[in-house]
Design a binder for this molecule. Structure first.
Ligand SMILES: Nc1ncnc2c1ncn2[C@@H]1O[C@H](COP(=O)(O)OP(=O)(O)OP(=O)(O)O)[C@@H](O)[C@H]1O
Ligand SMILES: [Mg+2]
Length: 259
């Protein structure tokens, strides 16, 4: 089932550059949390530390802990591949495998897992995941066609189907709608609302209306200055962040005086 996330004293580096400092937050299971803040403040960086994708970058490292239901995902006995299966990710640009069919895109992650899965089980997973991503009706008659033949919004939903096919407990989304038109954006937002019944969701967005529409809690990140590390200014109920934030910097950002 969906899991709680606790980040504790995160300091996140690219080689010697401290990109984000002293981040602490708690995210409740089956909730949607939005990360907002100006470009370069470290939203994507923090997101990638939640499923150990940060350390894939050469020279990148993390200090601090991320607990998933109390268990440290950076523990010495933890396999990062398992972490990434439990904590799925959807990227800013839809990135289906271009030569693979729609069907094979959905099961790509599953096939990396151990053991053979029967054709009927794969079929069932494909249908369930595409239904979960609200794409089934649009593609059910062309599952063997390339994923790259879908529209941008459909490709993004295909990537969401691929992410949920492995049954993660947390779903991280880095600006999943930034390449999409308003209709596809609303489709993804509706989908996020239904996914939160099963998953813990964190979404990075530059669209404050979107943050207000989809999230229960919002984290505002900021930069103290050029070359300074990003920091988490505050995290609170979304309604509070957008109506009566505690910190003046948040107020300045959401009212458009900055960023
Ligand atoms: N692969 C990398 N190597 C070196 N520095 C990086 C790398 N990725 C990000 N950074 C730096 O880390 C800081 C935070 O970047 P990050 O991409 O997390 O910001 P962001 O808040 O997601 O910005 P945006 O809103 O533009 O996506 C920036 O100073 C950026 O230049
Ligand atoms: Mg980013």
């Amino acid at each position: 089932m969906a899991k709680r996330i606790d980040a504790k004293n995160l300091n996140i580096y690219y080689s010697k550059f401290l990109a984000v400092s002293e981040v602490n937050f708690t995210i409740a299971p089956r909730s949607v949390t939005a990360f907002i803040g100006p470009s370069g403040c470290g939203k994507s960086t923090v997101l990638r530390t939640i499923n150990r994708m940060h350390e894939v970058i050469a020279g990148a490292r993390v200090e601090g802990d991320v607990l998933l239901d109390g268990e440290n995902i950076y523990g010495s006995d933890i396999d990062p591949v398992d972490v990434r299966r439990t904590i799925g990710m959807v990227f800013q640009r839809p990135n289906p495998f271009p030569t693979m069919s729609i069907y094979d895109n959905v099961v790509a992650g599953l096939k990396l897992q151990s053991g053979r899965i029967s054709k009927s089980d794969l079929d069932a997973t494909v249908e369930k995941s595409l239904r979960g991503a609200n794409l089934w009706e649009e593609v059910k008659d062309r599952l063997n066609k390339p994923g790259s033949g879908l529209s941008g919004g459909q490709q993004q939903r295909l990537c969401i189907a691929r992410a949920i096919a492995v049954e993660p407990q947390v779903l991280l989304m880095d600006e999943p709608c930034s390449a999409l038109d308003p209709i596809s954006t609303l489709a993804i937002e509706d989908l996020i609302q239904s996914l939160k019944e099963k998953y813990t969701i964190v979404i990075v967005t530059h669209n404050m209306q979107q943050a207000a529409r989809v999230s229960e809690r919002t984290a505002f990140f900021n930069l103290a200055g050029v070359g300074k590390p990003g920091q988490l200014v505050e995290i609170d109920e979304t309604t509070k962040i957008f109506s009566n934030p505690t910190d003046q910097r948040t107020e300045d950002y959401i009212s458009g005086r900055f960023g």
